[in-house]
Write a protein that binds this ligand. Structure first.
Ligand code: KIV
Ligand code: ZN
Length: 403
């Protein structure tokens, strides 16, 4: 049965951190670690968790089976090639899931058919029908992905999609497997396939995007797909995944929220779990997001320049398009460095318990700039160190009285 219980403008979040994400260098996880991550994804409110590729290894099989027994809110999916043994293995791994999905994929580009699979287009179409039919005989929710869709001849892609739907696919995912497409082109592909396969709308088939970031366009492409009818988006936490990664879930989610005026769609995510979920993943794999990574990087809500800090103190809207709290970051961060101004310095001293007169601030500010020229990171104890003695004493007095 297709996912038709939600409204037509609901976008389903399909998280593939545990499958496409996990299959990239430095990201492999044990079953226990995958389970920890799956709990975080459930708290985040994703609709579908792709827990692995059952046929790939005993570890993947075990992780999928374990997750199906512990995680109950999201639907659990396993990837499978268009092969009997893969599909049956996926069904076995998913047998205890409350709601299961088999995700069958088969290449649709001539490049992949000729060089990788060494089969003809006609054989690929036969395999599509047979494999989706088999999967549908085992579970009621089947996703079909024509791999390398964006480099596939359009008439052939349309034919493959049509056959997959006739055979019982409930979701059609059109991956940009090698991160080659552009937003305009990807959006157009969704529009065209939807127009040329009337069963998509008539039968409530969900169209899905799946983008890789080789050109740094994965999130933009995913958003373009949504604007052109995709109602499922496949993505990963922190954008981990093959090569340059997959579309980052947190970026898509934040864009849909902050620019709701452009998208007008809904989803089930708890946005304040975005940062905590990113942190969980960072602890399980070998690397964290870069500091300047949107939404979840250490500097995503940090402000160093004086002009920005002054604006932030006057009204955070001057330099922030969302509050840190929206995505679960405890507070924004005015980083003190050589670009900072007097307003931020005064603010930090006040937080530290020192109220400076205008002259005191001026004097301390010169010392601060000289220090910041020499030192990359300025810590609170450095600031206290540059205060004139008599001011430091003033702060100490009430503290010692309390003692
Ligand atoms: O990128 C891709 O094409 C995939 C498919 C298996 C969906 O990950
Ligand atoms: Zn992929």
């Amino acid at each position: 049965m297709a996912e038709t219980t939600k409204s037509a403008n609901h976008v389903y979040f399909f998280d593939t951190t545990l499958r496409d994400g996990e299959q990239s260098p430095g990201c492999s996880m044990t079953t226990q670690e995958k389970l920890t991550m799956a709990h975080a994804l459930e708290d985040l409110g994703v609709d579908i968790v792709e827990a692995g590729f059952a046929m790939a290894s005993e570890g993947d099989f075990a992780a999928i089976a374990t997750i199906t027994q512990a995680i109950h809110k999201p639907r659990i999916a396993s990837l499978a090639r268009a092969k009997k043994e893969d599909i049956e293995m996926a069904a076995r791994a998913l047998q205890f899931a409350d709601r299961a999905r088999i995700h069958v994929f088969l290449a649709s580009s001539d490049l992949h058919l000729e060089y990788k699979l060494k089969i003809s287009r006609a054989e690929a179409l036969d395999l599509t029908g047979e494999s989706v039919r088999l999967a549908r005989s085992l579970v009621d929710d089947v996703e079909f992905s024509p791999e390398d869709a964006t480099r596939s001849e359009r008439d052939f892609l349309v034919e493959m999609v049509r056959i997959a739907i006739e055979a019982g696919a409930t979701t059609i995912n059109m991956p940009d497997t090698v991160g080659y497409t552009t937003p305009e082109e990807y959006g157009q592909m969704f529009r065209e396939v939807r127009e040329r396969v009337p069963a998509i709308d008539a039968e409530g088939i969900i169209l899905s995007s799946h983008c890789h970031d080789d050109l740094g366009l994965a999130v933009a492409n995913s958003l373009a797909a949504i604007q052109n009818g995709a109602r499922q988006v496949e993505c990963t936490i922190n954008g981990i995944g093959e090569r340059a990664g997959n579309a980052a879930l947190e970026e898509i989610a934040a864009a849909l929220y902050v620019r709701g005026d452009r998208f007008g769609v809904k989803n089930s995510l708890n946005l304040n779990q975005l940062y905590p979920t990113s942190q969980v993943l960072g602890q399980l794999i070998t690397f964290r997001p870069s500091p300047n990574k949107a939404i979840v990087g250490d500097n995503a809500f940090a402000h160093e320049s004086g002009i920005h800090q002054h604006g932030m103190l006057a009204n955070p809207l001057c330099y922030e398009i969302m509050t840190p709290a929206l995505v679960g970051v405890a507070h924004n961060h005015l980083v003190l460095g050589k670009h900072s101004g007097r307003a931020a310095l005064r603010n930090r001293f006040e937080q530290l318990g020192y109220t400076l007169t205008r002259d005191e601030l001026q004097h301390t500010y010169y010392r601060f700039v000289a220090l910041a020229d020499r030192k990359k990171n300025i810590y609170d104890y450095d600031l206290v160190g540059i205060l004139p003695d008599q001011i430091r004493e003033k702060r100490r007095e009430p503290v010692s009285e309390l003692d």
